[in-house]
Design a protein around this ligand. Sequence first.
Ligand code: BGP
Length: 482
Amino acid sequence: MTINQDQKEKNKVADVDSQGSTYAQPKFPDDFQWGVATAAYQIEGSPNADGKGKSIWDTYSHIPGNMKNNDTGDVAIDHYRRYKEDIQLMKNMGVKAYRFSISWPRIFPDGDGMPNPQGLDFYSRLVDELLKADIKPFATLYHWDLPQALQDKGGWQSRDTSQAFGEYAGYIAKNLSDRVNNFFTINEFQNFVDMGHHGIDMVVQGKPVRIELAPGLKLKPKELNQVAHNAVLAHGMAVQAIRSNGKKGTKVGPAEVMFCGVPVIDTPEHVKAAETATRHLNARFLNVMQTGKYCESYLKEAGKDAPEFTDEDLNIISSPVDFIGINVYIPKMYVMASEEELGYLEVPMNVSHPKMLSPWHTFSPEVLYWAARLTHSIWNPKEIYITENGCATSDVVDSDGKVFDADRVMYLRNAMGQLQRATAEGVPVKGNFVWSAFDNLEWTGGYGTRFGLIHVDFETQKRTPKMSAAWFKEAARCNAVV
Ligand code: BGP
């Protein structure tokens, strides 16, 4: 991109965020957290450093054909070694809260048994550095990098994995809860269960898209439902372990990808239809975690393929949480009221529906409002966090070394506007974590899909804050949509 001198002057706005906006914007509540999110495998690199064990992603990404361009997380953005510089960049961008994930096989190289003190030490140093930068740490315990040793013993098909996860969670709480006050158990149950253990075929704007994650299995329906059950059981065991090992006042909750039905029109009958759809869409995960029951419609639909479970399992799964974290990118569907048995009808999405860069990513900022509002009305948690939202755009570094991602700014402004609307109506949303702080390895999409507020040159590891980072800084400073 080349720009002339005049435009350059105007574009200075990307650098002069410190001057501040002058008009009144709708504010978020005073205690609202302006955060960014990342995940261990997507940024850390150093897969064998300091006694780390192998994860299923180390295995999966090295199988030719699994990843775009055969990319792997071996180097990623080298965050394991550059974490201090990265925290400084976040501080400069006005970040107040950081959601990162802990790599289970760094802590327990074999998944269970003997912990690896050097693995813990990395996260301990990371947390200290964050606190020094006045950034609040929010740690996710599982962002998909299962120790390969546990996969070899049956992975999430085995309830021993749920048990091992509980023990790992307790160990982390014991060692980090003196400085980390908030823990998310598992990231996106629906996605790692279904995409990792069956794969998903979607039709997006008329085109077929297949999405798969490690370990890349294709299980039968009953086995898949059992994996889902073992995942929520692991969550419940982790909640209990954090309660008994963590410092008093330590908070915990899930970080689930919210499958949200957005009502076509905000009228009572369509909103009711959206609630019914949303409850049903989250039956295996959020709904059972919050209610301690698998809903009838799910059990009926699953029939003989329903998971095996006990009442005691349901008690563990529904151990009380302090908040619900939801990752919100797209509505699962638009719905309207219907006389049919389900009580709702899916409204087809036009091919002309606007979208962002990723094939699955329709631009539907109103889902932020509805996901928050429906989480509140259906499950009524004390607090809600948006644990991820953001978009990939086709960023380029221009000849002046700048990245003008006006479309990401547009996306964030609209999404945050919708979230502000929810907080103004009294929905207890306590914070938002933009996905992502940095461009990174976007799973099977490799390094081609840039979600960061900070651009990363994957050859040189040079970091460049994008225009959206300046927008974020100003919005966080004003605690408003700017
Ligand atoms: C979420 C994951 C993130 C991140 C994000 C971007 O599902 O929790 O880790 O990757 O999606 O989407 P993607 O990389 O799948 O395009």
